[in-house]
Design a protein around this ligand. Structure first.
Ligand code: UD1
Length: 429
């Protein structure tokens, strides 16, 4: 398995292109199942999760064609891919795929809406807490689906089609919102989703569905209204920029010092996180190409932060913020409210010399003067990148083992950081 080797101590200076958002790309690709016409997606990030989902969609019968690159294109622009689900040839999403990526469970709603049946394995993905799917299943049942659990599979059917309903989610869930929204666009009549996730990726998916002929109002707010239509048609959609990648590189620059322009980044997608980084003493300036992040001289100050659904501080940036706070001038408190087991990076950061005490869902991080390089293990997607951030300032060499998690969510991270002066390389197994 590949490893990443970092020699700490270099400041970051230059430009980093921000890729299309993984968490929008995945449900957008799945939306292709809803139409027999072609959905063209631009700015798709080149990630292991995108490749795996392509295989899953291929298994359902989706044809894919990737636009070629012209000579001179430097490879940092995202891909354009055409997805055509002319005929769904298989409504089963097998364990060997779904167990490797939780988002692939979201094929359930679209398959059910289009074909009246689906058999989807219970999901896997990052080991961050129990991550049930009860909200997905309750929502789809309200739309009239019969749902049973058989041998680790969700078996759902709606022989006479789905029917619009009023669904009040007991808890905010990004995945359940995507899954039920995509099913409801082809249900008969009106569906109202209450306590829906407001994440920008939900809005992006809804925007794409509307281009495909869906009738949706209120996406991006807690109440989404959907008027079902008989069929969706083809469309072209550009994936919005990745706010988690943006926040991650902003924190990397905050950590090392220097000045980097994040090209294509949109501040409105992560204002709370940028406010926190700003409060820690980093200069954040919107530019006409993205966002400029700069820290020159002054030490990072401590912050107290709780993760929350959008527009709150994202759980997907919690590990990176913790890495940043390990060298702050003071004590920070970071509380994780979304996932119960999302502190696996703590023991790995401790190997680099971080001083972090855990108290239930709260981590108390006391800034140290220096981190020291060591061998560490990547445990999940966001935890892995927090180790990269810490490694950028740790004295000497840090080697991050098991980087496949990193490849699931960060496109060419060693090249993007290397181009800004980091000493970072991939050691292929
Ligand atoms: C998505 C994101 C992930 C992010 C998370 C929270 C993608 C591909 N993944 O994951 O990066 O960390 O949102 O912003 O977009 N829950 C239930 N029952 C359910 C579903 C969820 O109790 O049926 C709970 C979960 O255990 C968790 C909370 O709800 O505690 C939020 O999870 P959810 O928003 O569903 O996360 P994902 O969609 O899996």
């Amino acid at each position: 398995m590949d490893r990443i080797r970092i020699e700490g101590g270099c400041r970051l200076n230059g430009e980093i292109p921000i890729s299309g958002a993984k968490n929008a790309a995945l449900p957008l690709m799945i939306a292709a199942l809803l139409s027999d016409e072609t959905l063209t997606l631009r700015n798709l990030p080149r990630l292991a999760d995108v490749a795996l989902l392509s295989r899953i969609l291929g298994n359902h019968g989706v044809d894919m064609a990737v636009d070629g690159k012209r000579p001179g294109q430097n490879g940092v622009q995202g891909d354009t891919v055409h997805y055509t689900a002319r005929t769904i040839v298989d409504t089963t999403a097998p364990y060997e795929f779904v167990s490797r990526m939780r988002a692939s469970f979201w094929v359930l709603g679209p398959l059910l809406a289009r074909c009246g049946e689906a058999r989807v394995s219970l999901p896997g993905g990052c080991a961050i807490g129990t991550r049930p799917v009860d909200l997905h299943l309750e929502g789809l049942a309200k739309l009239g689906a019969d749902i049973a659990l058989e041998d680790g599979y969700v078996v759902a059917s709606a022989a006479k089609g789905l029917v619009g309903a009023h669904i009040d989610f007991a808890k905010v869930s990004v995945g359940a919102t995507h899954n039920v929204l995509m099913a409801a666009v082809l249900a008969r009549g009106e569906t109202v989703l209450e306590n829906a996730a407001c994440e920008p990726e939900v809005r992006d998916v809804a925007d794409c569905l509307v281009k495909m002929g869906a009738r949706i109002e209120g996406a991006g707010t807690p109440t989404i209204r959907i008027q079902g239509v008989d069929r969706l048609h083809g469309a072209t959609h550009c994936v919005l920029p990745d706010r988690i990648e943006t926040g991650t590189y902003a924190m990397a620059v905050a950590m090392t010092g220097g000045e980097v322009e994040l090209i294509g980044a949109r501040a409105d997608l992560l204002q709370t996180a940028l406010d926190v980084i700003g409060a820690a003493g980093v200069e954040i300036t919107p530019t006409n190409r993205g966002i400029k992040v700069a820290r020159n001289g002054a030490r990072i100050g401590p912050v107290n932060v709780s993760t929350a659904p959008f527009p709150g501080f994202p759980t997907d940036l919690q590990a990176q913020l913790m890495a940043l706070m390990t060298t702050a001038g003071g004590t920070s408190e970071i509380t994780e409210t979304i996932f119960e087991n999302r502190f696996m990076h703590v023991q790995e950061l401790a190997r680099l010399g971080a001083d972090i005490a855990l108290d239930g869902d709260k981590a108390v991080v006391t800034g140290v003067n220096t981190l020291k390089g060591a061998q560490v293990m990547a445990t999940d997607l966001r935890a892995s990148v927090s180790l990269v951030i810490a490694g950028l300032v740790a004295e000497g060499e840090t080697v991050i083992n098991r980087v496949y998690h990193l490849d699931r969510g960060f496109e060419r991270i060693e090249r993007k950081l290397g181009d800004c002066g980091a000493q970072i390389e991939r050691l292929s197994a």
